[in-house]
Design a binder for this molecule. Sequence first.
Ligand code: CAA
Length: 287
Amino acid sequence: MKPEDVKKVGVIGCGIMGSGIVEVCAKAGAEVTYVEVDDERVEQGRARIEKSLARAVERGKISEEDRVGAMSSIHGTADYEEIADSDLVIEAATENLEIKLEIFRTLDQLTRDDIVLATNTSSLPIVRMATQTKRPDKVVGMHFFNPPPIMPLLELVRGITTSDDTLEFARGMGERLGKTTVVAKDRAGFIVNYLLTYYLNSAIRMLEEEFATKEDIDTAVKLGLSHPMGPFELLDLIGLDTMMAVAEVLYDEFKDPDVAPPPMARRMVHAGYLGRKTGKGFYDYTS
Ligand code: CAA
């Protein structure tokens, strides 16, 4: 199948990343069905997409007509059977290997065996998901960045079983979605999260050591390096749970203590201080 022939896209998970991926695919003209674990999560996902599309209209990025068109091509469900006729599925479930393996077994049984199954994992091995299927050559990493409707990069991850055709399809699909693609091998963290984990962990350790305040570290990075956000603002955007899960995977792969989750971040995850999504992380978002 060619990227331009993809009419129906299935997306698994409609959290921060899934909802953004749904939006990006719908804006590119696909009919999108997303699957969430229950009706409440289906509704929460829909609300997220509505909010982001409304903001895109406000910012003059899309017309009101495009917003209505995109919303009408999006359907949410708690029933996996409804994505059986997809031409491409992108999995964006929680960053937990066991959950993802189970999802890939289900997707392999339900969908046509000629379609590509992609995962938005930020760090987990593509080959583990691929080998849950009878089409390991058609499983590839399509790693979007947060927030997916705004960030222009799509990192493609080639597992050792991924075929040339699948990689080319993913590259073409990325272009259709308006993204610039880069290719990485299947190693923990790929390109961006490998670099990002060292950077964010270093910032957390600076704070743990009371070397500087979080506000000053954020200001220093924004004004001294021209980053749009400082490390603590970025951690709150990504979610500390997600970033620490990535750090665990990198530590597991490389056994480098510098990438292990710093104790302060672990404690914050245990307390539910995950960032914007829970209203509190390094900063408070409740007011
Ligand atoms: N839809 C489309 N465009 C939108 C939009 C929306 N819903 N909301 C805002 N925009 C556009 C704006 O119009 C603006 O475009 P122009 O530059 O052309 O004017 C642009 O996005 C930025 O606007 P703002 O600064 O007002 O947007 P914001 O404050 O809402 O968001 C941000 C800012 C884009 C998040 C910015 O702070 C940023 O880039 N932060 C860094 C994000 C980052 O590093 N992400 C990567 C995280 S790592 C990751 O994701 C990997 C992983 O696996 C963990």
